[in-house]
Design a protein around this ligand. Sequence first.
Ligand code: ATP
Ligand code: MG
Length: 499
Amino acid sequence: MTEQKISAFLKARTDAFSPAPVIYRKGSVERVGDGVVHVKNLPGRKYGELLEFGSGVYGMALDLTEDGVGAVLLDAEDSVCAGETVKGTGRVAEVPVGDVLLGRVIDPIGRPLDERPLDAVRFYPVERPAPAIMDRRPVDTPLETGILAIDSMIPIGRGQRELIIGDRQTGKTAIAVDAIINQKNTDVICVYCAVGQKSSTVAGVIETLRQAGAMDYSVVVHAGASDSPAIQYLAPFAACSIAEYFAERGRDVLVVYDDLSKHAVAYRTMTLLLLRPPGREAFPGDIFYLHSRLLERAACLSEEKGGGTVTALPIVETMAGNISSYIPTNIISITDGQIYLESELFHAGVRPAVNTGLSVSRVGRSAQSDAMKAVSGTLRIDLSQYREMAVFTRFGSDLDSFTSKLLRRGETLMNLFKQDKSKPYTLFEEVAVLLGYEADAFRDTAMKDLRKTVADYLTAMKQAFPDEASAMNATGAMDADLKARLLQAAEAFREGRTL
Ligand code: ATP
Ligand code: MG
């Protein structure tokens, strides 16, 4: 057939097409238990479609067979009983999107959890395709977390996926929350998605965000440990859809999934109850696909697609530091780098407990601001040299002056990276601290006094360079002349002169 014939044929077919009227067929509940329902006689269902039960409870169709549907319930199963009628709604799970969500706490299907009504007008399906290659552009803008160790050595770019991984109670949530708090004076919108956590822990996080004034530009999506596995499974996808709405309108969005190991467990529970065969560590075979299709949705969109970005910070909990088990290795391979937190460091008082040897950011370096690039080049090498030397000299008594100088500088650097939670640095403060290290401004300070000396030093620097500080925070730039002046000031501080 020639081209004209094909298009004439297609046109005739499309003109003749009239959509069939939607007929809601009804099925009935065959059996129900453990949050899973088997339904008889409900043909023509879509994968992921919402089913409505007589009592107003919703379920999601996940197993489509010839003679029925296997569905998971989104609410408690108490009100669903065998024999009850079931109706297909024709809709897949959706979540409200838009500015109305800012400052709100919702569940993954958009029901408000903060006791205020939600007037949502726009909805997005929770599962959406990831942007294609041509719809993306390279990551080129930093997303500053305000945490010195991260911004200087493991920088994150807008549109990147950076995993936060570590054992329980190593400060994983604290890093993500600090990153959200640090977006206060930027135009970044934040979405915090809590999966399978205690409601009291999440209430604590929301309170921290509220006190820091971060709820004004944030949305919290919460699916707690006591919620059904299906709701927990939907939570990160819903959070991502909320983020995508803003990104498609040119906004930069940071989304935190806290945490994906609990998400994997919820998905495993759901699929085992649906009688799907288990694979490695009893996780279903498609668990990799589950997380990859979630994390692929983080992107730096091209101008034609809105030009916004979705930066993802997934969190994964490890057992006894084992980063090579199934879920951690999966997610490490999907993300653009990881921030690895260690219990040992955490208990030794190194907080944030970042293991700089095992942490990496594969994209962020190119997105780092010029000012930070100019001062952070050799930090990782300095630190690893110090660690190596410290192990060798642990039992040695008389050290030559070069070695003892190197050890002292390394120890200072490690202590400079210690930072309280909810106390993010501005870019100028970060640069000033690192220039202080470069100029050896804390040479004569005892380690126990370091924190106070650094605070005094930063106050003095900000007083001496107020305009330069605000310019650097706004543009991220630092020319050679300014660097030289700041270094001079740091030296003056060391000598006890006025800056
Ligand atoms: P979980 O595994 O329970 O989710 P987590 O790894 O998310 O824990 P957090 O809840 O962030 O860890 O932190 C654990 C504890 O450590 C909290 O009490 C928190 O206040 C404290 N903490 C975290 N970061 C710091 C820090 N930089 N300085 C001081 N304390 C911190
Ligand atoms: Mg946590």
